[in-house]
Design a protein around this ligand. Sequence first.
Ligand code: GLU
Ligand code: ZN
Length: 335
Amino acid sequence: MEQEKDPIYSNDPEEKGERLPGSLPIGRLAPSPTGVLHLGNARSFLIAWLSIRQQGGRILLRIEDLDGPRVRKGATEAAIEDLQWLGLDWDGEVLIQSHFRERHDQALEDLVSRGLAYPCTCTRSEIESAASAPHESNLPSSETVYPGTCRDRWSSVEEARRVSGREAAIRLRLEGSPIPFEDRFRGSEPGHLEGDFVLRKRDGTPSYQLAVVADDAADGITEVIRADDLIPSTPRQLLLYRLFGWQPPSFAHLPLLVGPDGLRLAKRHGDTSLAHYRSQGVTPDEVVGTLASLSGLVGPGLKRMPEDLIDDFDLGRIGKDPLIWDGTRQVPGRD
Ligand code: GLU
Ligand code: ZN
């Protein structure tokens, strides 16, 4: 799956993923194999898939397996099985993100050599104690704002390692202005940007932000549809597109599926994994029909497979509020 010639560095606009007039949209399903797929993932994937299938475009499947410590054995195979069971398909072979390390490293090297990134030897607890109050609402996964301790501390990664005796992470040097963007679903977003974020982690793996941009660009992705917990990541990704000179995709962020308590659907709301429903004899058309009805795409109580929803699909019909999944209902589609 390794590529000889990396399309990112090609001059051919088509290979670089620039939108040619009249070219078909390309989307992607990008599960992280860190756990099982649940109703929340299924709903985002369903909408991303419907949007592309309705436009007659291509949808890719990329397994985002870079988060080493969190990747679970067998989760990739399970995700593929769950998607197939749901009736979602994809075009081309399954892309495994970790196979494209060379691409991520090249992109990183580009930023480092242009002086846009720097080594950071801080540990998590050093960052937390040095930082002012965390602005959790604006940052991905309540991460603390990096206070910039290592901005002008090291002259090279080698020096950072030698002097500190630690492996260094690499962070992007931010200039601080926000990157407002137009979300296809939510409208104008302020694109708040704060904190020099990580491009390469201390264990040497590329960060999600870097890898997802390098891969989306190389794969020619033109539209990203995902859950709105990733909104704070979007300005970071848009900044990377800008720095690389790549054409960004359009973004649409959908409300999350939440429990009756308004919190993101999780273990405390019961087992909402697709595997669990399947083992209970629930059928995919019940799951898809329920997700489509919660999303405002069909009336309640209907059984539907994804392909039944293609013709009438309209992103604009999807409700703006978080979708509430009543945890007492054990079976989607059956009251
Ligand atoms: N792999 C990421 C996740 O599961 C999704 C990345 C994305 O859609 O940009 O959270
Ligand atoms: Zn640091």
